[in-house]
Design a protein around this ligand. Structure first.
Ligand code: GAL
Length: 399
């Protein structure tokens, strides 16, 4: 009896530490993050306005859930060491802001850093992990993005485990977004630590550029896509490869935005809008709220697409989905349009990692064009596929 008591005590102790909150991100998280568009210009008025616009624009109905304040919300620590928001930017405090966001049926996200400062130089969590986690729980935070600046001497896996354990101890289920830019192979250890991990340096607002910051680079949409490709075996429910926030609506051409959004959906990576959702063109709204494309991203299997082949300048990507369905995307990387005949019956899509096979010679699939929003026939008819310059054609195939 005594032995049993001690054994269960050990079990409970092991349970209380060393784990993440399971099941908080069974499909890729969807929401909005301030960094790509606003950088350090964050305030409670902005965040409330964004949350309102997420409801009014239809984004909430389309599935966007988290409103995440990235860097620069911080003020000082109080005399007991508890972090406080910037008094001028967030005069009503974080609890009030969280309550407001929750009252709209949305969830509240915040940002901190494993180092002693955040990347923008505000107080980081190093040495304050348990206290910060407690503060976030008291505020009603639902999502924490945790960054990797000023971390000299720290081991990445250990540092992220510390904040994981601190969040668990604080008792409020909080999604943990690991952000160390893929530097320490987070795909090898992140599954038990957080719910998503960034795979690369920051996304830059361009189609295919590298933007050199000196000690690190930011990357255009295609560059991140290509770097992400090899990581598909690590992706899955509750543990996602994070290709970074969306740049849709921030200034690229609409065709590029469409391609970028489609491929983030195909990758089964988080869909965190990064634009000013209070002022969107109709084209941007139509991209961000295309529910059929979002459904591909949110498919319960959570399988990241694989690159099947290239025809001319078009990469063909395939994403296996529930009920033996699949999505197929034809991404034209070039600055000129292209057109080709595609005889489905000559192709077999084989996914060796997730053990799926789609053969079109014996089975006929119906094809739904997800941007034209129309059914365009079946796979036993040879079709000509036209992809405009720097654009995409995306289909959902079902029997
Ligand atoms: C970077 C991070 C960005 C953003 C920024 C804030 O390290 O990758 O997404 O959070 O810090 O300073």
């Amino acid at each position: 009896m005594k032995k049993l008591f001690f054994l269960s005590l050990i079990f409970l102790t092991v349970q209380a530490y060393g784990q993440k909150f399971e099941g908080l991100a069974k499909t890729p998280p969807m929401g909005w993050n301030s960094w790509n568009h606003f950088a350090c210009n964050v305030s409670e008025d902005l965040i409330k306005g964004i949350a309102d616009a997420m409801v009014e624009s239809g984004m909430k109905d389309a599935g966007y859930e988290y409103v995440v304040i990235d860097d620069c919300w911080h003020g000082e620590r109080d005399e007991d060491g508890f972090i406080q928001p910037h008094p001028e930017r967030f005069p009503s405090g974080m609890r009030a802001l969280a309550d407001y966001i929750h009252s709209l049926g949305l969830k509240f996200g915040i940002y901190s850093c494993a180092g002693y400062k955040t990347c923008a130089g505000y107080p980081g969590s190093r040495g304050y992990e348990y206290q910060d986690a407690l503060q976030y729980a008291r505020w009603g935070v639902d999502y924490l993005k945790y960054d990797w600046c000023y971390t000299e001497g720290l081991n990445a896996e250990g540092a992220f485990m510390t904040i994981r354990d601190a969040l668990y101890e604080a008792g409020r289920p909080i999604v943990l977004s690991i952000c160390e830019w893929g530097n320490n192979n987070p795909w090898d250890w992140g599954k038990d630590v957080g719910h998503l991990w960034r795979t690369t340096g920051d996304i830059h607002l361009c189609w295919d550029c590298e933007y050199d910051h000196g000690t690190w680079s930011a990357w255009g949409f295609l560059k991140i896509l290509d770097m992400h490709e090899q990581l598909r075996k690590y992706n899955g429910p509750d543990h996602w490869n994070d290709a970074d926030m969306l740049q849709v609506g921030n200034g690229m051409d609409v065709n590029m935005d469409r391609a970028h959004f489609s491929m983030w959906a195909m990758l089964a990576t988080p869909l965190m809008a990064g634009n000013d959702v209070r002022n969107m063109t109709q084209e941007t709204v139509d991209i961000l709220t295309n529910e059929e494309v979002i459904a591909v991203n949110q498919d319960p299997l959570g399988i990241q697409a694989f690159k099947y082949d290239r025809i001319g300048t078009a990469d063909i990507w395939v994403k296996p989905m529930e009920n033996d369905e699949l999505a197929a995307a034809f991404l034209n990387r070039a600055e000129f349009p292209m057109e080709f005949e595609f005889n489905w019956e000559e192709h077999i899509f084989i996914d060796e990692i997730f053990e799926k096979e789609f053969s079109f010679s014996g089975t006929t699939y119906n094809i739904r064009d997800l941007w034209a929003k129309e059914d365009i026939g079946t796979t036993n008819v040879v079709k000509s596929i036209k992809v405009p310059a720097n654009d995409i054609v995306m289909y959902r195939l079902h029997k």
